[in-house]
Design a protein around this ligand. Structure first.
Ligand SMILES: Cc1ncc(COP(=O)(O)O)c(C=O)c1O
Length: 346
């Protein structure tokens, strides 16, 4: 019987009875395919205007599966500021397996072609970057990579498909952590790879069920529910963010404000303020990892991020990263204001 409900069910069965032993129509086994998971994959593919999307147990698992396209001797070129977990995978997991990586300042597009060697097989970047929100020229970088038969992967977690669709700008794969804006409620972890390339899709599908880091049916369902309000949350966060940016820009206690698309604002407090006292004095804003949820979160990159491979001189104790939530912006502004004043009072 077809599901009679408005909301799709969570398909928990791991076994799908077959009509004959060799039958390969429909679903057979939960790791290989699951209707709830497939429904989420179809919705995400639509969002990215992609032919194919695959979901994984986390954004990190999606990153891992895209890097597994590489073989020994291949080289990854990446922007100098990428997600710390991607750097860890490249340095601690792939380098010992003979897959090297090179960090480049991709804000200068010319540096890409200057660094390409016969070993370069994959280009990896995020735009905007985290935490400094640098914006890269996605289409120009993809064009250079394509001329050299290099696969481009864009981690689009921060912007989401609502702000930019990297596949339409020339990237071969787009990777996202669904844990952030897409689910948006800080209660499920997931990741996605989307592509329009049939051959890459076949390889990713093979890796998805062979490596087995799949997204569970329950989390697929939760993330699908989050997806229903993505547009609404995105609009509210964008409005809140603008008001908070305006406040930070007008504050005499703030030295610098960085923002681009997505839910994040980074800012630096002035030299005479005590950074420890500032963050400790926040009453409403929660100190926490992650971004894109319903609550406003704050992070101090120097104490809460692994910056061992990050050479950006602007990142010091006075830099903070805010992930804007759905609260009334005035509540967040009032909290920032009182904490800044306390940090300035000594
Ligand atoms: C840009 C980016 N990509 C990927 C990930 C990894 O996602 P997950 O935590 O779902 O593994 C993160 C996590 O913070 C991230 O910030």
């Amino acid at each position: 019987m077809k599901n009679p409900g408005l909301v799709p069910p969570i398909e928990l069965s791991t076994v799908f009875p077959m009509t004959k032993p060799s039958s390969d129509r429909g679903f057979q086994y939960g790791r290989v395919g699951n209707p709830t998971r497939q429904l989420l994959e179809e919705k995400l593919a639509t969002l990215h205007h992609a032919k194919h999307a695959f979901v994984f147990a986390s954004g990190s698992a999606a990153i891992l599966n895209s890097l597994l396209l590489l073989k020994k001797g291949d080289e990854v070129l990446h922007h100098q500021q990428i997600y710390e977990g991607t750097t860890r995978l490249l340095k601690k997991v792939f380098q010992p397996l003979g897959i090297n990586s090179k960090s480049i300042d991709l804000k200068k597009v010319d540096l890409l072609s200057q660094n390409i060697t016969p070993h370069s097989k994959l280009l990896w970047f995020e735009s905007p970057t985290n935490p400094m929100l640098e914006v890269l020229q996605i289409n120009k970088l993809c064009k250079v990579a394509r001329q050299h038969n290099i696969i481009t992967v864009v981690d689009n977690t921060l912007a989401t498909a609502l702000e930019q669709k990297p596949l339409q700008l020339g990237s071969d794969l787009v990777v996202e952590s669904l844990t952030k804006m897409i689910n948006g409620h800080s209660d499920a972890i997931g990741g996605m790879i989307a592509t329009n390339d049939a051959q890459l899709a076949q390889q990713i599908k093979f890796l998805q069920h062979t490596v087995g880091a799949i997204l569970s049916a329950s989390d697929s369902w939760l993330i699908m529910r989050g997806l229903k309000t993505l547009d609404l949350r995105h609009q509210k966060i964008k409005n809140n963010k603008q008001k908070i940016v305006n406040f930070l820009r007008s504050s005499l206690l703030i030295a610098d404000v960085f923002h681009a698309v997505g839910p994040i604002i980074s800012f630096k407090i002035k030299h005479n303020l005590n950074p420890h006292l500032f963050i400790k004095s926040l009453k409403k804003i929660v100190i926490g990892h992650s971004f894109g949820g319903t609550e406003t979160l704050i992070q101090q990159p120097t104490t809460m991020m692994d910056l061992s491979d990050n050479s950006d001189q602007r990142i010091d104790d006075r830099l903070f990263r805010l992930s804007i939530g759905l609260e009334q912006p005035k509540e967040v502004i009032n909290d920032l204001e009182q904490a800044l004043e306390r940090a300035n009072s000594i």
